[in-house]
Design a protein around this ligand. Sequence first.
Ligand code: ADP
Ligand code: FRU
Length: 291
Amino acid sequence: MARILGIGIATLDIINSVAGYPPEDAEVRAAAQRQCRGGNATNTLVVLSQLGHRCAWGGVIAEEPDAARIIDDLTGFGIDLGPVKRTPHGKVPTSYITLNQANGSRTIVHYRDLPEYGYEDFQNIDLTGYDWLHFEGRNIDDTARMLEHAQASQPHTPRSLEIEKARPDIERLFPAATLLLFSRHYAQARGSDDPARFLHDMHQRTPHADLMLAWGEAGAYGVSRAGQLAHSPAFPPPRIVDTLGAGDTFNAGIIDACLRRLTLSETLESACRLAGRKCGAAGLNFLGTPA
Ligand code: ADP
Ligand code: FRU
């Protein structure tokens, strides 16, 4: 069991399940609808807490009625909300998600009107209580300062960084992270369709960090800081039910495996098995509540 702090977002996800993805300008009826808490960092924490870790979340909550769902869900998983910043302004970030029942694909339209969690908020956290720090690659100026502060004050505490979207200047965050978790979307936005080649190039730029790259149904690739390359296939469940949060679950699996000091190949396999299991279940409560 490790103590893990995650910095990032929590959202309200409104998920419509449809028999097939609709064409533009169509009107279709959803087969089912559910609303739940989402958001990359909090999704990762919820999975980590089910794996037995003690997690805390640093992010922003708007004081409005939809916030209750987020707070209830996170506290239900035993996640410490001590580092949270509350604001009377804005709205809980909301994702309108179309889940295609035919193949489990998820299409997200995201609306956001909320201040970001800032360096000033992060600076108030006592980092000595954590064994692992996890960040989302967003809000670049402040996140760069958070990472640098963590690196300077707790140099031996690992710092993972999720690189999901190709945001301007996101590469500025790389030097202070010890583990970079790339998405296929990011690699492709950078012009690479070859995972091994992408990781090789990234390793030249960031030799101080371990690098992981999820590649959907083709599994995942990794390069250690020593330059060793490994790949794991995906582990598809008997039926793909819901791929929303598969990447966030994969990231949780990588962090958990690193904390258990597995080898690179074992780490990738463990994370892909976990993410595959998630794809066979609706939502993220697929492992049972924490002990
Ligand atoms: P996301 O789209 O959520 O960012 P990915 O599609 O890259 O994430 O998937 C993350 C991980 O989830 C993959 O590395 C893989 O292990 C697993 N995964 C995703 N899609 C499937 C699938 N169709 N079957 C089995 N595993 C999958
Ligand atoms: C899934 C997810 C959703 C959320 C969206 C935010 O990875 O975290 O839960 O609505 O992405 O970008």
